[in-house]
Design a protein around this ligand. Structure first.
Ligand SMILES: NCCCN[C@H]1CC[C@H](N)CC1
Length: 292
């Protein structure tokens, strides 16, 4: 990559590529799992790239981190124990720590370089690691969940990259089964679930698997993230059998004024109205999500 433009080219979105103007490359490395790069963009702040795929930018990361976190946590009355799979940049941790009812935040990230690079270049994102409730495990989330005692968590958040590379297993049925086992009755899971414009076939398979595994409710929600392919990204929001969860009406609202501390800063994107709106789908997506 030379100072000029970075284009996000991938077989995951053939024939298209979002580009960002590069001011300066700040870091380039190769971990045991993937290539890691950070660059200063002209208009989106610093950018984290893994194997050529944009993971977050300072300007729009709030949309993804706030929505993947508050859609599940605001849908249950009193979350206490939360597990984050992936999320090594710390952004989801920053959002989880806004909930005062939470007592324990476990995180399992496979690549230590992502954690270290985020702490060095994205302090406003990695601030999540400073919360005393956080227990960081460096390792494979699949193995972590296999060893998790049954019914441990109120919520699991799967903040993964795409199903090419280290995160591939996080999109497969055995993993979803291990998530369901680790959740309490009426517990909730929120997973990164790609784009309805680009990955309807992947979403179809995920929904079919979730319907078999999560006997509470299965929902798909979405948000806009300008620097993700197609400018949007979705989430699976599912609950296990037990006390019913109505994802579309937050029972545990968290709005802009409360919940922020000087280190975290205020919510920039999430609010209770956009929570409800996030589950409204265009017809072509509704057909797939509601029918599987
Ligand atoms: N916490 C960082 C978000 C990582 N999420 C994914 C990165 C890669 C994208 N194509 C999809 C979202």
């Amino acid at each position: 990559v030379i100072p000029g433009w970075f284009s996000e080219i991938s077989p995951m979105w053939p024939g298209e590529a979002h580009s960002l103007k590069v001011e300066k490359i700040l870091f380039q490395g190769k971990s045991d799992y993937q290539n890691v790069m950070v660059f200063q963009s002209s208009t989106y702040g610093k950018v984290l790239v893994l194997d050529g795929v944009i993971q977050l930018t300072e300007r729009d990361e709030c949309a993804y981190q706030e929505m993947i976190t508050h859609l599940p946590l605001c849908s249950i009355p009193n979350p206490k124990k939360v597990l984050v799979i992936g999320g090594g940049d710390g952004g989801v941790l920053r959002e989880v720590s806004r909930h005062s009812s939470i007592e324990q935040i476990d995180i399992c990230e496979i690549d230590k370089m992502v954690v270290d690079v985020s702490k060095q270049f994205f302090p406003s994102v990695a601030v999540g690691f400073e919360d005393p409730r956080v227990n960081l495990h460096i390792g494979d989330g699949v193995a972590f969940l296999k060893n998790a005692p049954e019914g441990t968590y109120d919520a699991v958040i799967v903040d993964s990259s795409d199903p090419i590379g280290p995160a591939q297993e996080l999109f497969e049925k055995p993993f979803f089964e291990s998530v369901a086992k680790a959740l309490r009755p009426g517990g909730v899971v929120s997973t990164q679930a790609e784009s309805i414009w680009l990955h309807m076939h992947i979403i179809e398979d995920i929904v079919a698997n979730c319907r078999q595994i999560f006997k509470g409710s299965v929902n798909y929600a979405w948000t806009t993230v300008p620097t993700y392919p197609s400018g949007m990204i979705g989430f699976m929001l599912c609950s296990t059998e037990g006390p019913p969860v109505d994802f579309k009406h937050p029972v545990n609202p968290i709005d802009a004024d409360d919940s922020h501390s000087k280190s975290r800063g205020p919510l920039k994107f999430y609010n209770s109205e956009i929570h409800t709106a996030a589950f409204c789908l265009p017809t072509f997506a509704k057909k797939v999500v509601d029918s599987k």
